[in-house]
Design a protein around this ligand. Structure first.
Ligand code: PEP
Length: 254
């Protein structure tokens, strides 16, 4: 059973007080919708105050990154155990982390394992660069990313995938619904071949890349797309609410 999900990646935006203000603007509207998983991923320092604010709410909380060691001399890092106390989800392998912080497939895989070990649900991001897309190498790149960071057990443990073509992130140039559907269909087929049809039918695969209130319907209307990972538009309460509301109206549990 695949419950649709809309997750907001706030990236390195909002001070603690701005995060609180933003949650206060969205909370009531988001709480009125119950057939879509609504997840917000503020910066680390806002997780605790936002968790407090969301007491009694059905909105779920996620982190944007994690370190793979449980504790120790890793100055500045945040461990899986620290996060497990605060949130349910964690974004792993976002292209910005792969690009700016040199996260390799091996590191991403370690992070996924570390998250699952403490019961956190990873939202694992995969996606191709523009030049890879233009060279017709999308499927090859995704296959490699999936094989270096996936295992049967991951899917049983609640891992969520986000297909985010890098050329569509923060550019205002979203993929088309048809493109997202075809590529997510390919990802599901790949999982089916590797791990079986049952697992492939259960895993939620989101689309991410310049999703807005204006284009969300195009994605949600596609049979393979189970929701969206939203960056820029998740920082505007009215936009994010509209994205969730439209998803709720279009998509039922599959
Ligand atoms: C993202 O950060 O995962 C993302 C998809 O960003 P945007 O929606 O701004 O393109």
């Amino acid at each position: 059973m695949r419950v649709p999900m809309i997750a907001g990646n706030w990236k390195m935006n909002t001070t603690v007080s701005e995060a609180i203000e933003l949650v206060n603007e969205m909370r009531q509207g988001l709480d009125e919708i119950d057939n879509v998983d609504r997840v917000i991923c503020p910066p680390f320092i806002s997780l605790a105050p936002v968790k407090e604010l969301l007491r009694g709410s059905s909105i779920k909380l996620g982190a944007q990154n994690i370190y793979f060691e449980e504790k120790g001399a890793y100055t500045g890092e945040i461990s899986p155990l620290m996060l497990a106390d605060l949130c349910e989800f964690v974004i792993i392998g976002h292209s910005e982390r792969r690009q700016y912080f040199n996260e390799t497939g091996e590191i991403v895989d370690k992070k996924v394992k570390a998250a699952l070990k403490v019961g956190l649900k990873p939202i694992l991001c995969i996606g191709e660069r523009l030049e890879e897309n233009e060279a017709g190498r999308t499927e090859e790149v995704l296959t490699e990313q999936l094989s270096s960071s996936s295992a049967r057990i991951y899917y049983f443990s609640g891992l969520i995938l986000a297909y985010e073509p890098i050329w569509a992130i923060g550019t205002g140039k979203a993929a088309t619904g048809k493109q997202a559907n075809e590529t997510i269909g390919f990802i599901r087929q790949h999982i089916s071949k590797q791990y079986g049809k049952g697992i492939a039918q259960d895993v939620r695969i989101l689309y991410g890349g310049s999703v807005t209130a204006e284009n969300i319907a195009e994605f949600i209307n596609q049979p393979e797309v189970d929701g969206a990972l939203v960056g820029g538009a998740s920082l505007k309460a009215a936009q994010f609410l509209s994205i969730v509301k439209q998803t709720s109206g279009i998509r039922q549990v599959r």
